[in-house]
Design a protein around this ligand. Structure first.
Ligand SMILES: Cc1cc2nc3c(=O)[nH]c(=O)nc-3n(C[C@H](O)[C@H](O)[C@H](O)COP(=O)(O)OP(=O)(O)OC[C@H]3O[C@@H](n4cnc5c(N)ncnc54)[C@H](O)[C@@H]3O)c2cc1C
Length: 398
């Protein structure tokens, strides 16, 4: 007689830890390619950085501001086209159900910066990617007579991160298990305790770590010392109530990083929320919540003095970007994967770069002739939910 808690055995070609954008995009592509694949998630799908992302499918234009483009950073230029094909249902994954928040991003500059940026606007990188917008075609906030800067339109869509997670998870849900933990790693085997109390012995030819910040703990459990991870913390700001319209725009600052990046979302009641990152969020890690809100109010008031920001409701949230370690903690140029002894550690470094990461990992698996067992039914696993988006969580607004 078998005991209730006796571990069941499951053999797969590839197992993925983490159900953020990296894990879910990989799961989709690997299954399409014929790899029998299982994804393990400890919280809910998107629970890491993905649900906090602004959903911008960067084409890299804002990074061209440094004028230091490397060959690898150019991989990001192709991302908007790859995502647009997926959004139209004719790409490598089907994102036809995804909510497109905006077809374009805008970039605006204050008058004082315009002369310094003339070289940037004339550069090879920018030509064809960014067009100046006539006054009447600008977002309404920049049609005010008091606005003296310039507005450019970038060919970079903004997506609702929740609908991206749903679109990727839906067709793969039977291959995802909700777990409490994984233990007993030994070569290609380990044991997981599922949230429904089941215990599974898992054997996989390759183990992919796509657990964002969680990769560090998993690597340690497996006795790996490389690759090392870095965390880049942010204090993002949210504001709602009385906003004039939805806005998707970067304000150019004096450095490579935008002074502020605004995307727009809706809370549970359908009220517009501006979600703000950029330099405001990077420098905001040294401020208290109250100081950060005060800074954001002053920043918006100085950039849009014709609007009144005094009566709105504000909130901030702290979240770190998890990435491969770089010299001086710099921003990595592209997505990352590294294999050591059948364990492939990944960090997409951007939502937008998930397709690039999946391409690289697939090429790597093919090169190493990893088994493709083809389509196989999975047993019924402990079910995992999709995370709420931060602006929809009423408790954050208290
Ligand atoms: C505030 C913010 C805004 C951003 N905006 C943008 C943007 O506009 N555009 C863009 O391109 N990029 C953006 N990014 C970057 C982008 O969000 C991340 O690069 C991307 O979401 C990382 O995805 P991931 O799948 O690697 O990790 P995550 O999204 O962090 O997912 C990791 C998953 O692994 C799970 N997990 C953790 N530990 C374990 C474990 N031991 N076992 C199993 N599962 C585990 C977690 O619960 C989570 O679901 C932003 C990031 C932040 C923080």
């Amino acid at each position: 007689m078998t005991s209730v808690n006796e571990a069941k055995q499951l053999n797969v070609d590839v197992v993925i830890f983490g159900g953020g954008i990296a894990g879910l995009w990989l799961l989709t592509r690997l299954r399409q390619a014929g790899f029998h694949t299982l994804l393990l998630e400890t919280e809910s799908l998107g629970a890491g950085q993905t649900r906090y992302s602004q959903g911008i499918i960067h084409g890299g234009t804002k990074y061209a501001l440094t004028g230091k483009l490397t060959a690898s950073s150019e991989s990001i230029f192709t991302m908007p086209k790859i995502w647009r094909d997926c959004l139209e249902g004719k790409g490598q994954v089907d994102l036809s159900s995804v909510k497109i928040l905006s077809e374009h991003q805008y970039m605006w500059s204050t008058p004082s910066l315009l002369s310094r940026l003339s070289g940037f606007f004339a550069s090879r990188v920018v030509r064809g990617r960014m067009v100046a917008v006539n006054k009447n075609d600008r977002p309404a906030v920049f049609q005010n007579k008091k606005f003296k800067g310039k507005v450019y339109q970038l060919d970079e869509p903004v997506l609702d991160a929740g609908s991206v997670i749903n679109a990727l998870a839906g067709p793969n849900i039977n291959n995802i298990m909700h777990i409490k933990n994984a233990t007993g790693f030994s070569e290609n085997n380990f044991t997981v305790e599922a949230t429904n109390g089941e215990s599974w012995n898992i054997t996989a030819e390759k183990i992919i770590l796509a657990a964002g910040k969680g990769n560090a703990g998993l690597l340690k459990q497996m006795g790996h010392v490389i690759p090392e991870m870095q965390l880049r913390p942010l204090q993002m700001v949210m504001v709602r109530g009385g906003l004039p319209e939805k806005l998707y725009a970067h304000c150019l600052g004096a450095s490579a990083n935008p002074r502020i990046t605004i995307t727009s979302h809706e809370d549970k009641q359908g009220t517009i929320v501006w979600y703000m990152g950029g330099q405001l969020a990077e420098e905001g890690i040294h401020r208290s919540k109250e100081e950060q809100i005060d800074k954001a109010k002053k920043e918006l008031q100085s950039l849009m003095p014709w609007l009144n920001f005094t009566l709105m409701q504000w909130s901030t949230l702290n979240i770190s970007r998890a990435e491969p370690k770089q010299k001086e903690g710099k921003r990595p140029a592209t997505s990352f994967y590294y294999e050591d002894n059948n364990v492939i550690t990944t960090w997409p470094t951007k939502l937008a770069l998930a397709p690039n990461l999946a391409d690289d990992v697939l090429k790597h698996l093919d090169k190493h002739q990893v088994t493709k067992s083809g389509y196989k039914d999975m047993p019924e696993f402990s079910h995992v939910e999709v995370s709420d988006l931060p602006w929809q969580e009423e408790s954050r607004w208290m």
